[in-house]
Design a protein around this ligand. Structure first.
Ligand code: T1G
Length: 710
């Protein structure tokens, strides 16, 4: 037997165990090993039934995604699993699939080729392939509708969400839930079915027959996919494949699935989504922080500020089961903050996301107060007050006196210098930036900002804490705006310049919306409140370079009290349902500004809108890489995918630039430099270097990684 797949005998039961840590992916050798083990069991006269089980923490979590790159680069052909799964299904002895952890993608497809499936109560099954821009490619779209019915199969294949063991039992995917030891229970189940050969899944057609019902299911699913997975091709492709199962026989259905799978696998969208998958795992690796770096134990937290951010941050700690104190300066502000937290939880209970009990447990972990009592026992204190340096330094000075020596002092600042904040304490090594994104209890990104003196232990603890808070932690160096906001400043600048030069606000937002972001920059400004940026611009006015063009319209709008949705007017005017519509008063302000600053107005294409805004991100991103503010280009992409609503199927700004071609991006930027000046558009040296060498940001990451590994 191969070291990847083991075959043992437990009395009259043959046990096939997959050992391919960490997640038993179907790497080369695994499918072959399973088939060989089943053949061995079939040939063994003592064996009356077979159990297939995963070694370690999970059943098979799918095909080996690392192999996809080799297939799409032509390095090696794709190994078809169809024959292997039909072989398992054709076994003369009943095959019982014993599922624990996650049976995802190819893992569920292997499970469905068995004659029976049993599962641990905590098991999950799913076809998440669409999250990688592909569809199930081993008959999942053909066997799943036969087991669970067309509607369930469409839901699971087109939207990719896993279901738990109980739901899988109800759907007919799993035959029994095993309490206690899974192998023991599965072997007992196998003994119970030994001798009577079950129906093969591929021959079970009874759930496919309701043609009229199916038409409605597919129409509704397509409509939903277009709405909730806007711009993504794989969800619609998955629906086509499941539909093929209702129209073609099993074998022809598999051929149709394979065709569709291949088109998806070689698509840019799939490469972008796979880039995001591995990127989310890569960002947790910090080259100069060894894996065995000491991690502080975070068992009690304290938050200063119960505003929008403070309240959301407190919910993250409570959701992770960590008791958290929330301090405010005034009772009414504290009451307002708690009311928002309670409302958020009530909404989740209403939507059935969790029970009232769980809500009560979480609320019980949050202690609102007006004093610092208890702060001396906190393992971490997070400051989430108004974005002003003086106030933050005052608070950190106070914390320095109260907090215990090994307490981490974190600031939720979104732009200010961590080193300057740390200088207000006697323990700069314990100070770090924990920049959450609004709404903090929802947005997955946590930008972790290391100061010049932040210790490795504090950084390592913060990266681990991000996972505990169910966030994606990305490490950033200390500069104005860190990674995300530093880049978004350039993107926002260009959006406003485009308006001054002739593009209507709604045209800029629509072009970005069509590009795939949930909302354009101007509508986003209205949502966040134009006064927030206005205050920051005033705070940094002294840093503006004389003679360098800056946008003016947003300041004019704020002078008029147009702060956005919160004042019913901003770039747009809003009706009582917060529905935006263009406002002639804004057009008048824009024309006045253009006249005042001698800006020629012209018609502007959607293409230019995208290039000016997205390439502004890319160019600043390249500078951030050169300066080491971001460790990898993929870190920048993960920041934008999880903090700024950049479409996952475009992979992030740096990956997107790679797909366009850095030579083309550079040529455009040089064109903008000629027209708008070097202060705004001088190409980043790294971009020039990579474009000249015909390289990509992705290759730069790889070279850096191998240089660090060398
Ligand atoms: N292939 C290769 N590596 C994988 C992998 C996979 N399928 N899944 C995880 N890893 C690596 C991951 O990169 C990380 O590596 C380590 O395992 C631990 O993962 C034919 C074509 C299973 C829920 O989409 O959702 O089947 O960083 O940190 O948080 O139709 O991993 O340590 O070096 O995520 O406990 C479909 C993908 C594939 C599932 C575990 N399957 N995986 O989460 O650990 S397509 C999926 C996950 C397919 C078929 C098609 C999660 C997990 P490293 P981790 P985790």
């Amino acid at each position: 037997m191969s070291e990847l797949v083991d075959f043992t005998r437990h009395g009259e039961i043959g046990v096939v165990t997959i050992n391919n840590p960490p997640v038993n992916a179907l790497s080369p050798g695994v499918p072959e090993g399973i088939v060989a083990a089943i053949e061995a069991a079939e040939a063994d006269p003592e064996v009356r039934a077979i159990v297939v089980i995963g070694g370690g923490r999970t059943f098979i979590a799918g095909a080996d995604i690392k192999e996809f790159g080799k297939i799409t680069s032509g390095e090696r052909p794709r190994l078809s699993l169809y024959a292997a799964l039909n072989h398992i299904e054709d076994s003369k002895k009943p095959v019982v699939m014993a599922i624990h952890g996650t049976a995802f993608g190819g893992g569920l497809e292997v499970a469905m080729s068995g004659h029976y499936r049993v599962a641990a109560p905590t098991a999950q099954v799913g076809q998440p392939e669409v999250k990688l821009g592909i569809i199930p490619g081993a008959a999942g779209t053909q066997r799943l509708p036969r087991l669970a019915g067309v509607a369930k199969a469409v839901e699971m294949c087109a939207f990719g969400e896993p279901i738990d063991a109980k739901s899988a039992l109800a759907a007919g995917i799993v035959d029994k839930i095993i309490e206690g030891d899974l192998l023991t229970g599965a072997a007992e189940f196998a003994r119970g079915v030994a001798g009577n050969l079950a129906l093969k899944t591929r021959e079970r057609n009874e759930k496919l027959q309701d043609a009229s019902g199916n038409t409605a299911i597919f129409a509704l699913a397509r409509e939903q996919a277009r709405k909730t997975r806007r711009g993504q091709k794989a969800p619609l492709a998955a629906i086509d494949a499941v539909e093929a199962a209702t129209r073609l026989n099993f074998s022809d259905g598999c051929d149709r699935e394979a065709e569709i799978f291949r088109v998806c696998l070689f698509s840019t969208q799939s490469k972008a989504l796979i880039h995001g998958f591995f990127g989310e795992r890569a960002v947790s690796k910090i080259p100069d922080i060894p894996k065995d770096t000491k991690i502080y134990d975070i068992r009690r937290a304290a938050i200063i500020g119960a505003g929008t951010m403070g309240g959301g941050i407190a919910m993250n700690y409570a959701n992770a089961g960590i008791p958290v104190i929330v301090k405010e300066a005034a009772q009414d502000a504290l009451d307002r903050g708690l009311a928002i937290i309670r409302k958020n939880y009530e909404n989740s209970v209403k939507k059935g996301r969790f029970s009232q009990d769980l809500m009560d447990q979480r609320m019980a972990l949050i202690t609102p107060q007006l004093t610092y009592s208890g702060f001396e026992q906190a393992d971490i204190i997070v400051e989430a007050v108004f974005e002003g340096m003086a106030l933050k330094k005052q608070i950190f000075g106070e914390m320095d006196k109260i907090a215990k020596p090994d307490c981490i002092l974190a600031s939720n600042t979104s732009t200010l210098s961590i080193d300057e904040i740390a200088s207000a304490t006697s323990r700069p090594q314990m100070v770090i930036g924990h920049h959450f994104f609004s709404p903090a209890n929802v947005m997955r990104l946590l930008e972790i900002v290391r100061g010049a003196q932040t210790s490795k232990e504090v950084i390592a603890t913060s990266m681990a804490l991000a996972k505990k808070l169910n966030k994606v932690g990305v490490l950033a160096g200390n500069c104005r705006g860190f990674i995300g906001n530093r880049m978004i400043h350039c993107y926002g600048r260009e959006a406003q310049f485009l308006v001054e030069e002739g593009a209507a606000p709604e045209a800029v937002d629509h072009a970005i919306y069509e590009f795939g972001l949930a909302m354009g920059p101007l509508a986003m400004g209205d949502l966040a409140g134009l006064d927030v940026g206005w205050r920051i611009r005033k705070e940094f006015k002294h840093l503006e370079k004389p003679g360098v063009r800056v946008p003016h319209v947003a300041d004019e709008l704020c002078e008029l009290g147009r702060y956005g949705q919160k004042t019913g007017k901003g770039w747009y005017k809003y009706d009582e349902n917060r529905k935006p519509s263009p406002d002639p008063e804004v057009t008048a302000v824009i024309e006045k500004v253009a006249k005042q600053y001698g800006i020629e107005r012209r018609s502007i294409s959607n293409e230019e809108i995208i290039e000016r805004t997205i390439y502004a991100l890319v160019n600043e991103g390249a500078r951030i890489l050169e300066e080491g503010i971001a460790l990898r280009a993929v870190d920048i992409d993960i920041v934008y995918l999880n903090g700024y609503g950049f479409p996952a199927w475009r992979g992030g700004p740096m990956f997107y630039a790679d797909t366009v071609g850095l030579d083309k991006v550079l040529a455009k930027i040089e064109e903008f430099e000629k027209r708008h000046g070097s202060d705004l558009w001088a190409p980043a040296p790294l971009l020039k270097k990579l474009a000249a060498a015909g390289k990509t940001f992705e290759s730069w990451d790889k070279e850096k990684e191998s240089a660090a590994g060398a």
